[in-house]
Design a protein around this ligand. Structure first.
Ligand code: AKB
Length: 315
């Protein structure tokens, strides 16, 4: 059975990918690695939980040896909005953590490695409608800079060392298990949290801001599908474009109002607007669809229905 290590275990993606991996590979075979956050009792009891700072290679090395790891999902990352407040931290965590993981993956002959890229790899000079797979990558955030550098580093390790490293350019991910955590696309998560709590949301981007989005269930499905694909199907070793649905912040607010009675929203753009404006509105992810059969399931209305149902149940 595969032995899987997942860093960033308590982050937005880790919190949901880990239960899905545990369901498939068995609780004991998926080692969740967090850093500072405290896991819930439920999470802690579900399977192995360890702490490590991914910038510390020795800590990672000890875990790889302890559990005889052969697959890694390296999810740790400082997101775009927090990264603009502390660019040095974003570089340190995002780049040095990834470099450590890549070096250890070669040293310990790791079979497969996943690392998340993002639409943040694009920038204002990228064609922002139906953004192609191969295009201009000139991001203007430190987070985006680390995503472009990270993609190239992953591809370098594939070419130079034959490391089977795979990546996705995630769009904004909407989910209910973890509260919004420092991203620019977080308005599409916070709107549900605050909508249910206060009946109102002050959205930090303009109503006409359109970004590509995806529900967490689809993001988990895409990640597992990519990692299960036969190596010869993987023709992109930087990161695959990936998308589900694009909608404006106003369309999102109107849809939330259909699911939360009396909900209202105002649009008060802040410094995150500039970041949102530099990212694509729609993405061409045909390569992912052709190469390993990517297909999304959740549209905006299904996302809203599921978000509201789950947030109500988990109050
Ligand atoms: C962010 O907004 O920073 C992230 C991302 C798109 O990578 N959600």
């Amino acid at each position: 059975m595969e032995k899987i290590l997942v860093t960033g275990a308590l982050g937005q993606i880790g919190s949901e990918l880990i239960p899905a991996l545990r369901k498939k590979f068995g609780n004991e075979n998926v080692i969740a690695v967090g850093h500072r956050k405290e896991p819930s009792e439920e999470f802690k009891n579900a399977g192995p939980f360890e702490r490590a700072d991914t910038r510390n290679k020795d800590e990672l090395k000890a875990l790889i040896e302890k559990y005889n790891i052969d697959t890694i999902y390296h999810l740790v990352g400082v997101l775009s909005a927090v990264g603009e407040k502390n660019p040095d931290l974003a570089w340190d965590v995002n780049m040095n953590g990834l470099k450590n993981i890549l070096e250890l993956a070669v040293e310990y002959k790791i079979k497969r490695l996943f690392w998340p890229s993002s639409i943040a790899a694009f920038g204002p000079t990228t064609p922002l409608e139906n953004t192609p797979q191969k295009t201009i990558l000139e991001p203007t955030t430190m987070y985006g800079v680390t995503k472009v550098a990270g993609e190239l580093l992953c591809q370098y390790y594939f070419v130079k060392y034959g490391l089977d490293v795979r990546s996705l350019r995630y769009p904004g991910i909407i989910s209910w298990k973890t509260p919004p955590g420092g991203g620019t696309t977080d308005y599409a998560v916070a709107i549900y949290y605050e909508g249910l709590e206060k009946g109102h949301y002050d959205c930090f981007v303009r109503g006409n801001t359109v970004l590509p989005m995806m529900y967490m269930d689809d993001a988990v499905k895409a990640t597992m599908q990519l990692m299960e694909a036969e190596p010869e199907k993987i023709t992109i070793r930087t990161a695959y474009n990936l998308t589900a649905v694009s909608f404006s912040a106003k369309e999102l607010a109107d849809n939330v109002a259909e699911h939360i009675e009396g909900f209202t929203c105002t649009f008060i753009p802040d410094e995150r607007q500039k970041i949102a404006d530099s990212w694509p509105s729609t993405i061409d992810d045909s390569k992912a669809r052709e190469d390993w059969g990517w297909n999304h399931q959740f549209g905006l209305d299904e996302i809203s229905a599921d978000m509201v149902k789950n947030l109500k149940n988990n109050k």
